[in-house]
Design a protein around this ligand. Sequence first.
Ligand SMILES: [Zn+2]
Length: 246
Amino acid sequence: MDIILVTPILAGILAGWLVNYLADVLPITRSFSRPTCRNCNNAHDWNEYLYLSRCQNCGQKRIPRTYIVLFVMLAATIYVWFTFSSLLNFFIGYILLIYLGVVLVIDLEYRIIMHPVSYVGAVIGLGIGIYTHGLRITLIGGAFGFGAMLILYYFGEAFSRYMSKRRGQLIDEVALGFGDVNLSGITGLLLGWDDIILGLLFAIFAGGIGSLLVIVVMLIRKRYKAFTPIPYAPFLIFSILLFLYR
Ligand SMILES: [Zn+2]
C-alpha cells in the first residue's frame, strides 16, 4: 500500500479511537481520565483499552458503539482525504470531524452537550469560520445561529410552562436543551452568515421530520408520550456536514 492510502487509514483509526475515548470519559469524569469498564467500573489498562479487549476484571466486551464509531470515522476520514484538495484543508476537516463525532455520540447516549465541549467548539468554529469566510461573516453567522435557537429555546420553555399549568401536572422535560443553543451558535460560526439561515432551516426541518417519525413509531408501539424533546444536535451536525463536506 502506498502512502496515499496508509495516511487516511491510520488517521481514520486514530479519529475513531479518539471519539470513543472522549465519549467514554468526558460525560462521566469530565476530564481526560483513564476509561473505566461500563459493567464493573474497573479502570481499563491502556493496552487493553487500545486493542478493544474484554475487561480484564469482569470479561465485559466493549459496547457495539465502539466498533460503529471506528468504522464510521474511518470511512469519513478516507472520504475527507479524497475530497479536500490540500493537506491543510484535510487537517481542518479532520479535526472538525472528530469534534462533531464526540458531540454526536455523547448527545445520543446522554442527551447532553457539555459546556466545556461547547467552548472548544466555539474556538474551532471561530477558527474555521475566519479561515473560510473572514471574521465579519463568521461572527454574524454565529450570532444569528445562537440568537435564533435561543428564541426557540425560550419559546419551548414558555410552552411547557403553559401546558403544565393547563394540565395541572409538571412537565420537566424542556423542549430544547441549552446545549442545542450553543451548538447552533457553533454551526453559525462554521457556516457563516452566508449559509446559516439555510443550514438552520434544514436542521429544524429535518428535526421536525425526525420527531414525526419518532411519534409515528411511538404510536405504532402504543407508547406515545407527549412533549418528547426533539434532539436537534444530530440535525445541526447533519447540516454542518452537508454544507462543509461536499
Ligand atoms: Zn469490567
